[in-house]
Ligand binder design. Sequence first.
Ligand code: MLT
Length: 267
Amino acid sequence: MENSINGLKVYTSGNKNNQAIIFIHGFPHDHRMWDYQVEDLKEDYFCVTYDIRGLGESYIGDGQYTMEAFVWDLYSVIDELQIEKPIICGLSMGGYISFRAVEKEQERFAGLILCDTRAEDDSNEGKLIRSNSINKINVEGVESFVNDFVPKCFHPQTPEKLSEMYERTLEISKSQNSLGVKGALFAMLSRGNTTDSLKDIKIPTLVLVGRKDALTPPKTMKKIAKKIKKSKFHIVPKAGHMAPLENPEFVNEKIKLFLTKNFSDEK
Ligand code: MLT
């Protein structure tokens, strides 16, 4: 079902009485990033996906976004759909939103699934890279930026082995609005560091990372998992930074195991 909430395009699948999972996509993608997970989980869970402000079909506005505003957007989805204690599942930028949402109000959530993300804010070098990306978009347009950035997110063999999914993902990214993409870059560049609050996360957490993730590598995510008390860590084979798209079988299996272990009545 499609909903419009606070200018965001929100999609729901499954029975509302089941445990809710809210999936938050990475940059510069949209809710379709989670198609393989929703398809597999909607029988047993209430699955919610949405387009982050400025991306997909959500409202673009003036392109002036912050990570905090992205978190308010997440809260507005939860409130409007009247979801009690969802599990949030975020990839990379979606993970940045998840970390901050949990840091602010952990009691609102039942669990956390983190894919290919990091808790630190951007280093000085990272900020310069983002600034150069904004400049590149101003001068050459979104397509040129996407052609540079998105291929680096995948396992080196994915373009050949999963060419249909790869091309589709690239096309979705290229079709994004330049104001929205620059706004997301700025929100990431100016976000805070959530590392200190990792030790305070008490909800069950699943940490997944592609073996060949060049942006948020396994060693970065292992450190995150070590700091979160109730966490389970898995390296996803045959995957780069886009693990849920590159190896959905493995990712879905680990998610289902995590859910059954922590959230099923029979546990
Ligand atoms: C993402 O996948 O969301 C991006 O790689 C995040 C980032 O650029 O920091």
